[in-house]
Write a protein that binds this ligand. Structure first.
Ligand code: FMN
Length: 244
């Protein structure tokens, strides 16, 4: 009998494949995702580790008319802000994802990703209307049939964000294993004041992230974006290995 504590899993290649094949998909087919599949994905994902097993994540899984209505509401506000930028003051995320002042190498990577995306879509620098329209697609979950909203309690510490991240990554990989694709979407975090009451979140809940989930539209050029990663040596320092 093999001991599950010591045996490698039967097919490690499939785990690697799920990791390597995950990309952020930004165009989905409208085909529905079976509820049982989503329950399976979430049940598996909840095995994510968390500090002292606090399991701080909560998730709202929106589809159909409920999904459509929140998309309509947020798109309307997003358009209003475009017309009247001063309105943006009213919509702030609970926690800051990005810095106020960007520095290298992060700004360079951010720009490369943004311009690669816009390049694929034929959006030129300064074409604010087209950029707005593309960013707005976030708030339609890129047409995915399922929109997920991840929250946690504001009474918890910043560390719980890490736990929510491990949970989200599990969701993305378990989805990929089933042929589904995802796109994590911090863009929604600005609109927690609309989304949280809409989903019936408790008083202490804050938005952590949203996620689009569904079947990738293989005909849409936006899904051809392949992002680069730094080589190992750029972010890894090996210590104590000489004597080995
Ligand atoms: C927490 C998180 C939030 C993200 N938010 C957005 C978002 O709001 N909109 C979007 O189009 N992509 C979003 N992304 C996707 C990133 O742009 C993407 O992961 C990155 O460019 C690497 O590309 P890849 O996911 O295809 O490997 C987010 C990713 C993460 C992890």
């Amino acid at each position: 009998m093999t001991n599950p504590l010591t045996a490698p899993i039967a097919d490690p290649g499939s785990v690697d494949a799920a990791i390597l094949n995950r990309i952020s998909v930004r165009a989905f087919r409208p085909d529905p995702v079976p509820r049982e599949m989503l329950e399976e994905i979430i049940s598996i994902s909840k095995r994510a580790p968390s500090g002292t097993n606090t399991q701080p994540w909560r998730v709202y899984v929106l589809t159909g008319a409920v999904r459509d209505a929140i998309c309509d509401q947020v798109c309307k506000v997003f358009d209003d802000i475009y017309e009247h930028p001063e309105l943006a003051e009213q919509y702030k995320p609970h926690f800051k994802y990005y810095p106020d002042n960007w520095v290298e190498p992060y700004i360079g990577r951010r720009r490369e990703t943004g311009w690669s995306l816009y390049g694929l879509l034929g959006i030129e620098k300064g074409d604010k209307d087209k950029m707005h329209a593309q960013h707005r697609r976030n708030f339609r979950f890129f047409d995915a049939p399922v929109g997920m909203v991840f929250t946690m309690s504001r009474l918890m510490g910043q560390g719980s964000l890490l736990d929510c991240g491990t949970f989200m990554q599990n969701v993305m990989l378990a989805a990929r294993a089933r042929g589904l694709h995802t796109c994590a979407q911090a863009a929604w975090n600005d609109f927690g004041s609309i989304v949280l009451p809409y989903v019936g979140a408790a008083e202490d809940e804050v938005m952590v992230c949203a996620m689009a989930l569904g079947w990738a539209d293989e005909t849409d050029v936006v899904n051809e974006l392949v992002t680069r990663r730094e080589p190992l040596e750029n972010f890894t320092k090996w210590m104590g290995w000489d004597a080995q």
